[in-house]
Structure formats: structure tokens, C-alpha cells
Design a protein around this ligand. Sequence first.
Ligand code: FES
Length: 151
Amino acid sequence: MERKQFLRSIGAGAAFALTFPCLNGCSSDGEDLETFPEPTGVDFTIDLSSPEAAPLATNGGYIAVKSDPQLTYLDIVVARNLEGELVAASKICSHQQTEEVRFIIEDGGIFNCTTHGSRFAQDGTPLNSITNNPLKVFNTQRNGDILRIFE
Ligand code: FES
């Protein structure tokens, strides 16, 4: 699959995930949370000149993408932090594996899961008592308009 096709597939994946709740498993603690596996073997690229990557032109902006085009859900958050560096982390939370992690500009720029409020530093370190499990973060390497995200 070409890069542009991959980026176009991002939107379809989000719609699928909303349409089929609990497809990947739900938590067993009574909350009926849809859970997902943490991304592994991550190594893919995104085109920073594509319309889907436009939020990354602004400090504090972020996008959600798939590490593998075969996935039916979005598993990676890519953000431009407040210093202008491109950073990436798992969109799958290290607390109870929901896919609700995003980047927010509070506290100098952190990752935040909206399910129960876990907050993580950009290196994945937990910042509150919701979980002690670090959030998985990834390396980024820019070559022109191509950003590689890898473990
Ligand atoms: S699943 Fe993310 S805070 Fe609980």
C-alpha cells in the first residue's frame, strides 16, 4: 500500500472502530471498556505534506494513525510538542488498554488518556496515580517530508 493510500485509510479505520464496539475485547471490570493490544514491532512512515498530517505543522498539534494498515483501529499518536519536536506514543493506554490516549498542551505538553485520566510525560513516565505502567513511546526520524516512527 502506498503512503497516500495508507493515510487515506486512517479515517475509515476510525469509523470502523466506532461501528463495532468491543471487537477487540472488552475489559472485565464492569466498565465495558473496549480494549486493544499495545502496538509492537512499530516501524512505518507518514508523509508530513499530506492533508492528514496538517495538524503536525503547529506546535501542540497531533494526529492518530495506524502503525499497520491492516489494523481496524488507530494505535499511535504523533504530536509536535511545544518545542516543535515530533514525538510519538501508543494510543493504547498502559492502564486498561483503551485507545483514548492523545496529546494535550497542559504541563508543557503531555500524553493523556481520557478514559480514567492517566497522564504521561513525553518519555512515557506516568504523572499521576492512575497507573504505574509507563506509556509506550517510539523513536521518530525525519527525512524531508517523511517521518519514520519506529521502536
Ligand atoms: S484506560 Fe487510560 S486511564 Fe484508564
